[in-house]
Design a protein around this ligand. Structure first.
Ligand SMILES: N[C@@H](CCC(=O)N[C@@H](CS)C(=O)NCC(=O)O)C(=O)O
Length: 204
């Protein structure tokens, strides 16, 4: 099994999960600055020119949620509820909410304070983030209410939904996301950091 990655939030979900599940894989680092995403062989695997991508035998898979589900199936892990339809519905709700609502609002902060410095793209646009604050708070409030009395996002246990929703939000302090007023969200994010594979996800 091959996993193509570089240090960014969507690959983080996948490499952290593979490490957490103890899956043996060949990790292929993409030198993005040198055009690795556009290289013909990689483009033939992932026409989106994004990471991560997984190759497992004949299977070529992109989209981190699908890759994570595949890893769980392979490892026999209930972090994807392979045999429980109502839990699958619950998972799809949160994975969909993440892609449509949560990722875009946390992504504004992640881009300005994590991606821009990483790729030398200039200073954070603080005015833009101030304008996006209301939208951020709207969705953070929804997650805050949901996480009241819960340790994990879905199915009352650690699932791939946690890794998906946390992949940018876990940078909240350095990315200046206004999460102090959302203690349940902070507690959940800080709790995930107790997992070795989440706290230190990158292949050596
Ligand atoms: N929805 C995709 C997102 C993939 C994606 O956007 N990956 C980013 C890194 S987080 C990427 O490869 N960006 C490179 C680029 O846009 O040039 C997934 O979950 O796998």
């Amino acid at each position: 099994m091959k996993i193509y990655w570089f240090k960014a939030q969507a690959p983080r979900r996948v490499v952290a999960l593979a490490k957490h599940l103890g899956i043996e894989a060949e990790y292929i680092w993409l030198d993005v600055a040198k055009g690795a995403l556009q290289a013909p062989h990689y483009a033939s695997l992932n026409p989106n020119l994004k990471a991560p991508t997984l190759v497992d035998g004949e299977l070529v898979l992109w989209e981190s949620s699908a890759i994570m589900a595949h890893l769980c199936v392979q490892a026999g892990s209930d972090m994807w509820p392979v045999s429980n339809p109502s839990e699958q519905v619950e998972m799809l709700k949160w994975l969909g909410w993440n892609e449509s609502h949560w990722s875009p609002v946390v992504g504004n902060f992640y881009f300005e304070y994590v991606i821009k410095p990483m790729f030398g793209m200039g200073t954070p646009n603080v005015d833009k983030l101030e304008a996006k604050r209301g939208e951020f708070e709207k969705y953070a409030s929804i997650l805050e209410a949901h996480m009241d009395g819960r340790e994990f996002v879905a199915c009352n246990r650690l699932t791939i939904a946690d890794f998906s929703l946390a992949s940018m939000a876990c940078y909240w302090r350095e990315a200046h996301m206004p999460l102090e007023q959302f203690p349940n969200v902070v507690q959940w994010l800080d709790g995930l950091n107790k997992l070795d594979a989440w706290a230190d996800p990158w292949p050596k």
